[in-house]
Design a protein around this ligand. Structure first.
Ligand code: SAM
Length: 280
């Protein structure tokens, strides 16, 4: 191990990563971008000093953000990904043969270019003819679309520290997402750590913002070893399909984390999360 990188989350909590090599660095117009080789997790993407995804555990996250909504919809054909510039979510969505088009909207073209070069295991789907990459702000893009998508996936950076993703967690944005979905459409956003000071206030607020527009709002959990705090939350807002009642099985889709048993199980929330949701 050559040296350490410290990921600071508060004055009292930091994570120290053992790094073998810094492969690439750049200050893009939107964020600081690093590709590093970590000791435990392999190659990783870091944005604004926060580790986003690693080769060794990316499938814990990308399979759960993609397959839970895709299997919940009866026939997802048009999918919108906001963010997702590493390509991992698009790679998983493409495993669903019914999907005809994926529009991937990332604000930062440099993330896509750098991941193509240094994280090809994730960025392998950008040349697929079904994937249409648009470089623009997801907030503006979604506002201009109406009744167009079956599934929307918000695969953005975190709401904190302040960065280009902050508005992707706002009430106005969730309302625009509702409008850009078809009548039976649904969407998923990652909604921070639900664990005490790591993000429980955010989780509760985002859940209520989503629930203000969608008739059915359900949070689900996963764990991602390289993320802080243990649990990680996603929240699904749906116009018609219930992710527990209506989901499909298709064993021909190969996954390493997602299973249909896990699909049901991930919606079973610990009591403290149920209580967060119950509080306004
Ligand atoms: N998969 C990662 C994770 O595990 O959390 C996150 C993916 S990372 C590639 C998030 C992407 O969201 C970045 O490429 C960033 O440029 C993009 N992003 C942030 N704010 C955005 C915005 N307002 N509109 C579109 N993309 C945005």
């Amino acid at each position: 191990m050559a040296f350490n990188m410290v990921e600071k989350h508060s004055s009292a909590y930091s994570v120290t990563w053992g790094i073998n090599d810094i492969i690439y660095t750049e200050k893009t117009p939107y964020q600081k971008l690093f590709i590093i080789e970590t000791e435990e997790f392999g190659r990783a993407l870091v944005l604004d000093d926060i580790l986003q995804t690693t080769i060794n555990d990316e499938f814990y996250y990308h399979e759960m953000i993609a397959h839970v909504p895709l299997f919940t919809h009866a026939n997802p054909r048009r999918v919108l990904i906001i963010g997702g510039g590493d390509g991992g979510t698009a790679r998983e969505v493409l495993k669903h043969k019914c999907v005809e088009q994926i529009d991937l909207v990332d604000i930062d073209e440099r993330v896509i270019a750098v991941c193509r070069k240094y994280l090809p295991e994730l960025a392998c789907s950008f040349d697929n003819p079904k994937v249409n990459v648009l470089i623009t702000d997801g907030v503006k893009y979604v506002k201009s679309q109406k009744n167009k998508y079956d599934v929307v996936i918000i695969d953005s950076t975190d709401p904190e520290p302040m960065g280009p993703a902050v508005q992707l967690y706002s009430s106005d944005f969730y309302q625009s997402v509702y409008r850009c979905l078809n009548d039976d459409g649904l969407f998923v956003a990652h909604t921070d750590s639900p664990c005490f000071s790591f993000g429980s206030d955010n989780f509760r607020d985002f859940w209520h913002r989503i629930n203000a527009y969608f008739p059915l709002t359900k949070a689900y959990i996963t764990c991602v070893p390289s993320y802080i705090s243990g649990y990680w939350s996603f929240t699904l807002g749906s116009k018609r399909y219930d992710p527990i009642r209506d989901y499909r099985h298709d064993t021909s889709i190969k996954t390493r984390f997602y299973t249909s048993e896990l699909h049901r199980a991930c919606f079973v929330l610990p009591r403290f999360m149920q209580e967060l949701i119950a509080k306004k």
